[in-house]
Design a binder for this molecule. Structure first.
Ligand code: T1G
Length: 702
C-alpha cells in the first residue's frame, strides 16, 4: 500500500501553501499508517521554511470518516490520534482543514486541532462515537465545547448526528463555506488569504473553558438518563463535556481519555461495532460478486392494502415510478389516497416537500385495475391477502402478462415461495421481498431465495434494496424465513413462562430493561391479537400433543381484545393512547387458565425470564443457520436489530450469545429441558460449536 499521506507545495505564485492530503480509501479512516504519516507531515511543515500555511485535505469523496474502527479491540499502536492532533494544534504556522463530504469522529477532531476550517456547502460534520458505544476520544469533547459552547457540543456529541456546513458556520465551528466544485482549490485560496492577512494561529484548545452552567448540565443529564435505556456512552460523554467546564485542556484531555478507554472495554462498544460492520456485510454475498443486475426504474405493485401502499410509497420516495394494480378501480383509488397520506407524513418527517409530492402523484404513480398496465416493467411485487390460493392465482396471471425476464416478487411473510413459483413458467425469476410494516419506514427487507431463483435476480433484488435505502438480508424459504420463524419460537418461550406463573407485564418489563424497545405482549397488542390468532389457526394441523397451547390468547381474541386497534388486548389503551395500562382482568383470566390446566404458578426473576427468552432465540437461530435459512450469524443479528426491536448495543442475539459464552447458553437449554424436553432441544450446531470451543463469530466469514 502506497503512503496514505502526501505533502506537496501548491506552487501557485510560490505562496508557501502546502497541501497535506489523506488518501486511505474508502473513507480515509485514521488508521495507524495514516496517523503516523500525518504526524510526520505536520512535523515536516513545521520545519519547512518555505511553507507558511498548511491545508489538510481528504482525497476521494470525503474528508475523514473517523478513527479506523476495525482497529478497535486490538492493542493501540503509537502515535495515537491525540498526539497527532496536538502536533497540528501546536504548529506555529496556520493549519487549515478543508472539508468536503463528511468529517466524522476523529476526522472532525483533526479539523478541531487545525486553526481554521473551511467546508464545502454539502459537507456534514459530526461526532458519531456514541453510536459505537464510545465518546470522542481525541479532544472532541474539550475543543468542541470550548469552540461552540456546552449546549451545541452536547447536541452533537450525545446525539451523534452530523450537522450541515451551514449549521457549523452558524455555530462558529467552521470559518467559511465553499460552494465551488473544488475543495482543494478553495482550501488553497483560503490559506493564501490567511497568509496575506498575516493571520496567526488560533488554537481552539486554548479558548477559555465555558462557564459551568449547572442547570443546563442537569437538564441534559436528566434527559439522557430518561432516553438511555441501558446505554452508557452518552452519559459518559456528558461527563467529559462537563469536565471541559472545570478543567484546563491538559486535565480535560486526560479525563476524556480515561472515560474513552473505559468505554472501549464495554460489551456495548463491542455490540455496537459488531452492528456497524454487520449491517454493511449483510449486503455482501460473495456468490454474487460481479453478477449483472437488471435496471429498475419502474415497478409494478399488486394489491393496495397497507403493505402494497407502503411498498409503493417506499419506491416513490426513492425516485422510482410505480404502477399499482388492484382488482377494482375503487380499491385502486383507495390505495392512491393511502399513498398520498404516507407521502404527507413523509413531508412532516422532512423527506420531501409538497411540490415534490405533487410531482410524484402526478407523474410517477398510476393506480389501475388492469394487469396489462404492468406488462412492460422489469419487476413486480405482489402484496395481496396472505393466502396460498390467492397468491398462486395472482402469480398465474402475472406469469401471463409480465414480459419475458421480468422479476416476480412476493411480499409474503411466511408462505412457501417455492410453491408460489411453481405455478409460473419462470420459477428462476421468482423470489420473496419481505418488507416490514410500515414498508416505507422500516429499513429491514428479507430477500427470500427459492430453490430456483437465478443469481442475477437475487443481485437485482439487492440492488433495488440499496436504491430503496433498505438493509437487505438474504434468507431461504421456510415457514417465517429468518425473523418470523425465530419470533414464533422465542415468543413461545415467553408464553411458557407466562403459563408457569409470570405475568405478561413482568415479562415485558424484564425484556424492556434488557434493552428491547417493547416486550412481546405489548408487541402483540401493536400487531393485533387477531394476527396471532390467525397464525395459531393456520398452524393447528401441525400442533404436537406436547405443545403448550396459549389458551388465554384465544380467549382474549374471543373477547374482542385485539390490542391497540380495539383499545384493549393484554393492556388497556384508554382513549386510543399507545402506552398500555396493565389490566388485572387479564391476569385473572390467565390465572383461571392455569388453574384449569392444573398448573401451580411459580415466580420468575427478571433475569430468568431474559435467560429463557434469549436461549430460545439463540437456539432457533442456530437451527436457522444449520438449515441454511440464514448464511451467517450476522445476517440473523441484522434481522433482529432492524425488524424485531433487539437492542442495538447488544449487537444482536448471536453476538450477545457469544458475549455470554455458548457453553452457558447450552447449559441453560439443558437445564430448561429437565422441565420440558419437548420445547427445549439444543440445536446440533450449538452443541457442535461448544464441543469445538468455537463461537458464532467464527461462522461470520462464511
Ligand atoms: N473505520 C473503518 N472502516 C470504516 C469506517 C471507519 N471509521 N467508516 C466506514 N468504514 C468502511 C465500511 O465498513 C465499509 O467497508 C466502507 O468503509 C464504506 O463505508 C477517536 C473513536 C463515513 C458516512 O462512526 O458513518 O473516530 O463494507 O458503506 O455509506 O474520537 O461509513 O466496504 O468493507 O458506510 O458512503 C467515528 C463511520 C469512528 C463513521 C460513509 N466515525 N462511518 O458512508 O460508506 S470512532 C464513524 C460512516 C472515532 C475518535 C473516535 C460511513 C460514512 P466495506 P459505508 P458510506
Amino acid at each position: 500500500m502506497c503512503d496514505p499521506i502526501s505533502y506537496e507545495h501548491s506552487y501557485q505564485d510560490d505562496d508557501g501553501v502546502v497541501l497535506i492530503t489523506i488518501a486511505n480509501p474508502p473513507v480515509n479512516a485514521l488508521s495507524h499508517k495514516v496517523r503516523a504519516g500525518l504526524l510526520a507531515a505536520v512535523q515536516r511543515f513545521a520545519d519547512d521554511d518555505s511553507a507558511s500555511v498548511a491545508v489538510i485535505l481528504g482525497s476521494g469523496r470525503l474528508f475523514i470518516g473517523g478513527a479506523d474502527i476495525s482497529e478497535f479491540g486490538s492493542p493501540p499502536i503509537a502515535p495515537g490520534l491525540p498526539e497527532v492532533i496536538a502536533a497540528v494544534e501546536r504548529c506555529d504556522k496556520p493549519v487549515v482543514a478543508a472539508i468536503h463530504g463528511t468529517a466524522l469522529g476523529g476526522g472532525l477532531e483533526v479539523a478541531l486541532g487545525a486553526h481554521y476550517r473551511i467546508a464545502h456547502i454539502d459537507a456534514k460534520l459530526g461526532l458519531p462515537e456514541v453510536k459505537l458505544g464510545l465518546l470522542p476520544g481525541a479532544g472532541g469533547t474539550q475543543r468542541l465545547t470550548r469552540l461552540i459552547g456546552i449546549d451545541q457540543a452536547l447536541m452533537m456529541i450525545t446525539g451523534g448526528n452530523p450537522i450541515s456546513a451551514a449549521q457549523a458556520l452558524e455555530h462558529s465551528l467552521i470559518d467559511r463555506i465553499d460552494a465551488g466544485a473544488d475543495i482543494r482549490q478553495a482550501g488553497i485560496e483560503f490559506a493564501r488569504e490567511l497568509q496575506q492577512s498575516g493571520a496567526s494561529v488560533r488554537r481552539s484548545g486554548e479558548l477559555p473553558s465555558p462557564a459551568a452552567d449547572t442547570d443546563l448540565l442537569q437538564q441534559w443529564r436528566s434527559k439522557l438518563e430518561r432516553s438511555a435505556r441501558g446505554e452508557v456512552a452518552a452519559l459518559s460523554a456528558l461527563n467529559a463535556v462537563e469536565a471541559a467546564t472545570r478543567m484546563d485542556l491538559a486535565e480535560g484531555l486526560a479525563e476524556e481519555r480515561r472515560l474513552f478507554l473505559a468505554l472501549m472495554e464495554t460489551e456495548q462498544r463491542a455490540g455496537l461495532i459488531h452492528a456497524f460492520f454487520a449491517e454493511r456485510k449483510v449486503a455482501k454475498l460473495p456468490e454474487l460478486a460481479n453478477t449483472a443486475t437488471m435496471p429498475i426504474e419502474q415497478i409494478g405493485v399488486i394489491g393496495g392494502g397497507t403493505m402494497g401502499a407502503g411498498i409503493a410509497t417506499s419506491a416513490l420516495l426513492s425516485g422510482l415510478s410505480v404502477t399499482l394494480v388492484e382488482r377494482e378501480q375503487i380499491a385502486a383509488d383507495k390505495a392512491r389516497s393511502t399513498i398520498a397520506t404516507n407521502l404527507a407524513a413523509a413531508i412532516k418527517r422532512g423527506k420531501l416537500d409538497s411540490k415534490q409530492r405533487d410531482v410524484i402523484l402526478e407523474n410517477r404513480l398510476s393506480t389501475v385495475s388492469d394487469f396489462d398496465a404492468i406488462s412492460d416493467v422489469n419487476l413486480i411485487i405482489e402484496a395481496v391477502f396472505e393466502s396460498m390460493e390467492v397468491k398462486q392465482s395472482v402469480f398465474g396471471t402475472l406469469d401471463k402478462v409480465a414480459k419475458p425476464g421480468a422479476i416476480l416478487a412476493t411480499n409474503t411473510s411466511y408462505l412457501d415461495i417455492n410453491a408460489i413459483a411453481a405455478v409460473t413458467a419462470r420459477p428462476e425469476a421468482v423470489l420473496g421481498l419481505h418488507f416490514f410494516s410500515p414498508a416505507h419506514v422500516m429499513k429491514l427487507l428479507e430477500v427470500v431465495i427459492t430453490d430456483k431463483t437465478a443469481p442475477e435476480v437475487i443481485a437485482t433484488a439487492f440492488a433495488l434494496a440499496k436504491r430503496l435505502g433498505k438493509t437487505a438480508v438474504r434468507a431461504s424459504v421456510c415457514d417465517g424465513f429468518i425473523g418470523n420463524r425465530m419470533l414464533s419460537h422465542y415468543r413461545t418461550a415467553a408464553d411458557h413462562i407466562l403459563l408457569d406463573g409470570a405475568s405478561p407485564y413482568q415479562i415485558d418489563k424484564a425484556l424492556v430493561s434488557y434493552g428491547f424497545a417493547m416486550g412481546p405482549y405489548a408487541v402483540a397488542d401493536l400487531a393485533g391479537l387477531d394476527i396471532g390468532y390467525a397464525t395459531r389457526q393456520r398452524r393447528a394441523a401441525d400442533r404436537h400433543p406436547r405443545d403448550r397451547y396459549p389458551l388465554w390468547a384465544d380467549e382474549l381474541h374471543h373477547l374482542g381484545r385485539l390490542g391497540q386497534k380495539s383499545g384493549r388486548g393484554y393492556y388497556l389503551y384508554p382513549e386510543g393512547t399507545r402506552k398500555g395500562v396493565e389490566d388485572p382482568e387479564v391476569e385473572a383470566l390467565i390465572a383461571r387458565i392455569r388453574e384449569q390446566a392444573g398448573i401451580r404458578p411459580r415466580t420468575f426473576t427478571d433475569e430468568e425470564i431474559v435467560c429463557r427468552y434469549m436461549a430460545a432465540m439463540v437456539n432457533e437461530g442456530a437451527r436457522v443457520l444449520e438449515e441454511g435459512i440464514a448464511n451467517r450469524p450476522l445476517d440473523i443479528d441484522v434481522v433482529l436489530l432492524y425488524g424485531y426491536g433487539f437492542p442495538r448495543w447488544r449487537g444482536g442475539p448471536m453476538h450477545a450469545a457469544d458475549q455470554r459464552g455458548l457453553e452457558s447458553v447450552l447449559a441453560d437449554i439443558h437445564r430448561f429441558a429437565e422441565e420440558d424436553d419437548h420445547f427445549w432441544q439444543a440445536a446440533p450446531l450449538l452443541k457442535k460449536l461448544v464441543e469445538q470451543g468455537r463461537n458464532f463469530a467464527s461462522l461470520n466469514s462464511a
